[in-house]
Structure formats: C-alpha cells, structure tokens
Design a protein around this ligand. Structure first.
Ligand code: IPM
Ligand code: SF4
Length: 813
C-alpha cells in the first residue's frame, strides 16, 4: 500500500528537521496513481530533495521524491526555492543518511584503485573477512611504480620490475584483485595507465557520479561533473567494504574564467594562474566549480588538466558542469551507457546537473582569460607562479616574515637568486607526462612545438603517455615519430617522473620543466628542481634548452642529445637504504584504532608554512604494503643528512627532549599535497598524536582521525603562543574530552572538534563497523539507484572483450 510507514521526520543534510517532510508525507499518503504523479504533486507544493526521501519502509515516497528532485532541478518546481549548486545537487543526491552533527553517509558510484594506497585496505578487508561490496563499480590499475622502459620483453611483473619494493606493491595488487574479483588493467594490458587517465578514457567516469580513489588527483574526474575526490587508505577500505563514505559537506567556491585564451596559452596555464591567485590553501574546505566562457570553450582533456589541479589550490574537488562537449566525449566509450534508451536516460539526468541561477557560493573568484600568459612556477609550491615574462620574487620586499622565510627557503632550494627573469633559466630535463598532461591532446601539443626542431644538447627530454591507449593513438597519428626525430625519449605509460616512485628521476641539483602538478622539494628526485609548465612550454624548453616563452620559439639550430636512459636507474642512496631497513624491521600487521583522551608532553615547533606530505614522508617510503613501521622515515628530508644518513642536529625532533614530542605545533596549511595516508601513519608511528596549526589540507586532516590522531585548528596568534610554549620546553596538555589545551601558564585554550570524530577518537571506534550497522539504508538506496540511475551500475569488464570498443576512445586530429 502506497504511503504506508511514511513519517515526516526526515532530517536534512545539515541534520535539521526537513521542513518539507510534511509535504512529502502528504504527497506520499495520497498515493495518487504512479510514483511520478505523487512526485509531481509533491514537487509543485514546494520542491523536494532526493536524499531526504530515503526512508526505509516508504518505497512510494522514495520513488516519488526521487522523481520530484528531477522536476525541481529542471526548473519545473517553485522558482526561487532551494537554489543549489552543482556540488549541492550531487552531494544531496548521494546521501543515504545524515547524522545529528551533519555527517553524511554518501553512496560511492566509482572507485578507482592503484597499487600504492590499496594494499593496507585489502589487508584490512581480509583480516575482517569482508568482500569488496561492488566490484562492478571498482576498477584497478598500476601506475605509480611501473617502469616506463620498453615492454617488448615483458612477461611477468616479477621478472620485469627490478626494484624490490615497487615489484612487491604491484604484485600485491595483482594478488588482491584476483582474490577480491576486482577488474584490473595490468602491465600487459593496453588499457593500463595512470588511474586518472584511464577512468575517463574508458567511460568509467560519468557525470553526476561520486568517484573516489586513494589519490589526491581524483579531482581530475570533476571535469565531467562527477563529484570526485581523493581519499585515504582507511577510506579506501571503507568504500570497498560498504560502497559508502562518511563526509561532511564542503563549502562551495566558484572560479569563473571568461574570455578568450591567447594563442599558446592552455588550460594548464589557466589553472597555474588560478592557484597563483588563490594560493595552495585558497580552496581548503571547498569544492571548486570552474565555470565561465573560457571553461565552456575547453575540450574535455583541457578541463581535466584544470580540475586535476584543484587539489593544488587546496580544494578536494573541482567540478565543471557537463555539457555537449562532455556528452560527445563520452559517447561510445566502453563503459559509457550504450547508445539508445540507456544513453537517453543518462543524458536526461546529466542535463539537470548545473548550478541553479542565483545559487549561493561561499567564495567567488573571477579571472579574465586575456590576462593569462604562459604561466610557470619558480619555487617549491604550486602557488609560486609567475608568467614567463616574470621574475623570481625578492624575500626582502615581503612584509610578512613567514612568507619571506618561505620564499627564501624556496629560492635557496631552487638554486635561484631573487629578481631573476624566468625566461632563460637553463633546464637539464623535460618531463611531458602525468595525470595532468599525458593525454592525447597534450602529446599533440608537444609534437606541434617539437616538429622539425631538435631537443637542445644540454637537455634530456621524455614523453610518457598517460595510458597504453594514449600511446597507441599517438603512434597511429605518427606523433611518436615527430617527437623521436626531435630527440625526445618516447616511453611506456605510468606516473613516471611526476613522483619518481619508479626509476625515472631527477638527479640532485637537476632542473626540470615538467608538465606534472607538484613542485615540492624532492618531488621528482632528491634535490631535483621542478618548474611546472604546460606541454607546449615544456616542449619549448626542451628545444630551447632553457625556460622560454613558447610564443617566440628559438630557431631549430641546436644539436640533439639523448642521454642514456640508464642514467635514470639510480642506485638507492645508502642513507635511504638504512632507513628502509629500519622500516622493514618495524613493520607489523594492522594496528587497531587507538583511543585518544588526554595527551601531555613537550610540544615541538615546526614553524614552516605548507609542510606538504612529500616533506612528511617522501615517495621512496610509500612502497610498503603495511601501515606500521614508518616512523623512522617521518620528515625524512628535514630529519636526516641525505649524504650520510646522520640525523640533522638542527631539526627540532632530533633535539633533546623534543625527540619524544607527542605534539607538533606547525605553520599554516600543514599536510598539503598528496592523499597518502602514509603521512599520518609515519607521524603516528614516530610517536606524535596531535598536530596544531592554523590550517590543514582537507585530506590530511581527515586521515588523522582515521588513525586515532587529533589535528587542531587554532587562530594564528594562539598558535604563536603555543609555539613559544614549545620553545620554553614546558609541557602542553591536550584534553580532548573537555576540548581544551592547557598551557604551562595554566591558561586553557579551547579548540573545536567535530562531535562525531571526537566520539570515535575518545572511544576508539572504527568507521567501517559503524557504517555497516546501516546496511538496511545502504541496500534501500541501492534499490532506488538501480531503478532511476541504472547507468551508474558498473557493467564491469568480466563479460567484455577489448574488442567491445564501439569506436577508439580517441578520434583523429
Ligand atoms: C601516491 C598517492 C597517494 C599520491 C597522491 O595522493 O597524490 C600521488 O599520486 C601523488 O601525486 O603524490
Ligand atoms: S600526480 Fe603524478 S603520481 Fe600522482 S597520480 Fe598523477 S601522475 Fe601519478
């Protein structure tokens, strides 16, 4: 009987009673004809939210409200009511349940998995005897560790990958996907590639989906109007076990770019420019929606390069509303809905995915595309940008002493003087690749610049396609020939020198023009210096031998010199080896969720802004398949002399009583960069349980709670006072139940903490167990989804052959 069991008590995403619940219940109780009719009645009497309708036991109501949501989104409901952003719509449409404090349980449509952040998650499932709930919505590949050398002789991973830890991680994934039945593109599969290249390429990434991956650049998929964000390994396990995630709603931020881009300026320049404007913490706590005429004119691949770097602006996700460009890109891809009724149903839904006119954003940024010239970084943070006509900054001219210290440190690392013009700085290497810029259009752009020219004698330049299919397409178009003739090294797909977890690395002191997304210290190899650029600018630097404006290319008169790729096969430095051995000795099995109540001890001051996760634990220590034992590698670059492996006596955590600090008081934006949960694991294993700062990156912040650690956000003046307490050597006491920090002078400093997270920390509760108690609600949501969003159910590859392709994922130039 329709309407049976309807109760007007549903809460909203913010935990408040939903004022429209009564209307909904009335519509439901009327039980008029079809669910759609009930929905229409309900919608016309006030508009409804889909998520609020999921009340177990009230099927008709659920269906009615679901349909009503679409009517409202298409503007058929009362105008001016409940105006929502694209982010609000996707978030709310995936909300299964909302707890008192506003934490939502979200359904996850797409889960991408790679070898670095999944081993501990699979281990957790295995230990708990849990399966992967939705293998049809899960896709795995290997990318970070794979060598990019010729695979002509590839037989098995075991024989092919020389580096032990890399081999172990790749082999662990191969075993895990077999055991858990997950679709996997291995090294012998042409579809293998960087996880953020293959998802879109296969049509796995769809508009309106929630898409996650244990990787911060999951933001890439937002280009499709998918709500896509990086998660930590504990969350990878949570998604695999429950197909859901616990999330608090982010703020809405609009970045509107209007106008026509100058020739030679591409979306990479746009996003570098945007990050230069907003800073690496500018988007913290936000989901960015990129909009405006410039964005509408971009191709899907250009949009992907832009949303990819939303995380570098501090935002966990970047979105672009789907449009004709999106639909055209998706049609005929292996995992897109099949053309015909399936496609039509999907497209009708996707067309509702846009921000309502007049909807409110918490932050707005407006950029004029005509102001953007080819843009690049000069320092060690993606916010350190200027255009190619610019100069390095002078710390002496900075008013903020912390910023001045940051600039000085960055220039020193980069081997650059203040006020140096960027144009003309010689480079040693050029890297064209990564999940930002390794798609076919990027390769085409590089080939366009390189055509008929030669790589400079002082430069080694490599092009690493983002996937086997990009490589295949580029070869079909003859782009590899153009690049090889110019002197570029043409490689096999993978992350490569973006992160240098495989053998492709910079040598200490080497300078690289790189199309990747992070220029952190040591990112591309210890001591390596990175300038982030577009593929056009990278190719221009390769042929010029120095950073240059792609708009005024040098004549092609230089000799070509390709360095022997063996140069990249670096031996592991002795210092690094010693630390790795200690890590191996200490690594154990899983570590339960520890309780956190009070913590007393001397605090350590780390007065550096933007301590990124590469500084907390560099990539060479990510190759573990365990969670524990990483403490010896925490703050590796700061803590040890890279030559000798001896402790650096100037580093606070090597110094006297501070060696045992359990509390760190740090500069702004702690934990920015990658989603690696290895960062909190390493800090935790080192003995630190609490970090205090003015701000944190969202993913790091979240990861701390999953590991029984407490990150505390306080105002800058309070942080400064606590830093002084650290220097005094007297104890601080963090009292979580009472939410105060007791200073040595007896003052109590209150701090905020999310009630749900506090409860989990104080009681040592594990998220997965808590979520599985909501099984009924998850199952009810899945039934609704089957009916109204069947296109989100992964059809998987189990019954598909590679020949299923309706067309090549790439169309010719
Ligand atoms: C290894 C992975 C966790 C990491 C990320 O999250 O971004 C990596 O892809 C990176 O680019 O630093
Ligand atoms: S940023 Fe680099 S390392 Fe990270 S996923 Fe992308 S290509 Fe791989």
């Amino acid at each position: 009987m329709r309407g049976k069991g309807c109760v007007p008590t549903t809460t909203t995403a913010t935990g408040r009673a939903c004022p429209r619940a009564a209307t909904r219940a009335r519509a439901c109780a009327k039980g008029k004809g079809s669910p759609a009719a009930a929905a229409k009645a309900a919608a016309s009497s006030g508009g409804l939210r889909a998520q609020a309708a999921v009340v177990p036991g009230c099927r008709a109501q659920q269906v009615a409200c679901k349909v009503a949501y679409h009517l409202e989104a298409q503007g058929e409901s009362d105008p001016g009511q409940g105006l929502r952003t694209l982010y609000d719509k996707i978030f709310e449409d995936h909300t299964i349940d909302t707890s008192e404090d506003g934490t939502a349980l979200l359904f996850v449509d797409r889960h991408l998995v790679h070898e670095v952040t999944s081993p501990q998650a699979f281990e957790g499932l295995r230990n708990a005897g849990r399966p992967v709930r939705r293998t049809d919505c899960t896709l795995a590949t290997v990318d970070h560790n794979v060598p990019t050398t010729d695979r002509a002789t590839f037989d098995t991973v075991e024989n092919f990958i020389q580096e032990t830890d890399s081999r172990t991680q790749v082999m662990a994934l191969e075993e895990n996907v077999k055991e858990f039945g997950v679709t996997y593109f291995g090294m012998e599969d042409t579809r293998q590639g960087i996880v953020h290249v293959i998802g879109p390429e296969q049509g796995f990434t769809l508009p309106g989906a929630i898409c996650v991956c244990g990787d911060s650049h999951t933001a890439t998929h937002g280009a499709f109007g998918a709500l896509a964000f990086g998660i930590g390994t504990s969350e990878v396990e949570h998604v695999m076990a429950t197909q859901t995630l616990l999330q608090k709603k982010s703020m809405n931020m609009k970045v509107q770019i209007d106008g026509k881009l100058q020739p030679g300026v591409v979306s990479k320049d746009v996003v570098l420019h945007v990050i230069g404007v907003i800073g690496t913490a500018g988007g913290n706590g936000c989901c960015i929606e990129f909009c405006g005429s410039t964005v509408r004119d971009m191709s899907m691949e250009a949009r992907m390069a832009m949303s990819n770097m939303a995380i570098e602006g501090g935002a966990r996700a970047g979105l672009v509303a789907p449009d004709e460009t999106t639909f055209e890109y998706l049609q005929g891809r292996p995992l897109s809905p099949a053309m015909g009724p399936d496609w039509d149903k999907a497209e009708a839904y996707w067309r509702t995915l846009r921000t309502d006119e007049g909807a409110k954003f918490d932050k707005e940024v407006y950029i004029n595309a005509e102001d953007i010239a080819p843009t690049l970084t000069w320092g060690t943070s993606p916010q350190d940008t200027t255009n190619i006509m610019g100069k390095t900054p002078d710390p002496a001219k900075q008013e903020d002493p912390q910023r001045a210290a940051g600039i000085e440190r960055a220039l020193n690392y980069m081997g650059l003087e203040p006020d140096t013009p960027l144009e003309g700085i010689p480079v040693d290497k050029v890297f064209i690749g990564s999940c930002t810029n390794a798609r076919i259009e990027d390769v085409r752009l590089a080939a366009l610049v390189a055509k008929g020219r030669k790589v400079a004698a002082n430069v080694y330049a490599m092009v690493v396609p983002g996937s086997g299919l990009v490589k295949q397409q580029a070869e079909a178009e003859g782009l590899d020939q153009i690049l090889k003739e110019a002197g570029f090294d043409w490689r096999e797909p993978g992350c490569s020198m973006c992160l240098a977890m495989n053998p492709d690395k910079l040598l200490p002191g080497e300078r690289c023009a790189s199309t990747s997304n992070r220029n952190f210290e040591g990112r591309q190899g210890a001591g390596g210096r990175t300038h982030l650029v577009s593929p056009a600018m990278a190719a221009a630097a390769a042929v010029a031998g120095h950073l240059t404006d792609v708009r005024k290319l040098l004549p092609d008169s230089m000799d070509m010199s390709v360095l022997d790729s063996k140069e990249f096969l670096l031996p592991v430095a002795p210092a690094e080896r010693a630390v790795k051995e200690k890590v191996a000795e200490r690594a154990g099995g899983g570590v339960g969720m520890p309780k956190f109540t009070t913590l007393k001890g001397i605090g350590a001051k780390l007065d550096i802004q933007n301590i990124d996760t590469d500084m907390i634990i560099p990539k060479q220590f990510l190759k573990t398949i365990k969670r524990s034992g990483l403490g010896v590698s925490a703050f590796y670059e700061l803590r040890y002399d890279p030559e000798t492996g001896e402790e650096n006596p100037d580093f606070i955590l090597n110094n006297g009583a501070w060696r045992d600090s359990k509390i760190i008081v740090a500069g702004d934006n702690f934990g920015c960069g990658s989603s690696r949960e290895h960062a909190p694991w390493a800090i935790n294993d080192f003995g630190v349980r609490c970090i205090i700062s003015t701000s944190f990156s969202d993913i790091f912040f979240n990861n701390c709670f999953k590991n029984g650690m407490l990150p505390i956000v306080l105002e800058n003046d309070v942080v400064r006072e606590l830093m002084a307490d650290c220097d005094s050597g007297e104890d601080l006491e963090v009292d979580l139940p009472n939410q105060v920090i007791r200073r040595p002078n007896g003052q109590e400093v209150p701090f905020p903490v999310d009630p749900f997270r506090k409860n989990c920390l104080v009681n040592g509760l594990d998220d997965i167990g808590l979520t599985l108690q909501k099984e009924d609600k998850i199952a009810a949501f899945e039934r609704i989804r089957d009916e109204y969003y069947p296109f989100f159910n992964g059809i998987g590859y189990s019954h598909l052959e590679t020949s299923h392709f309706d067309k090549s994922p790439y169309s010719p130039v």
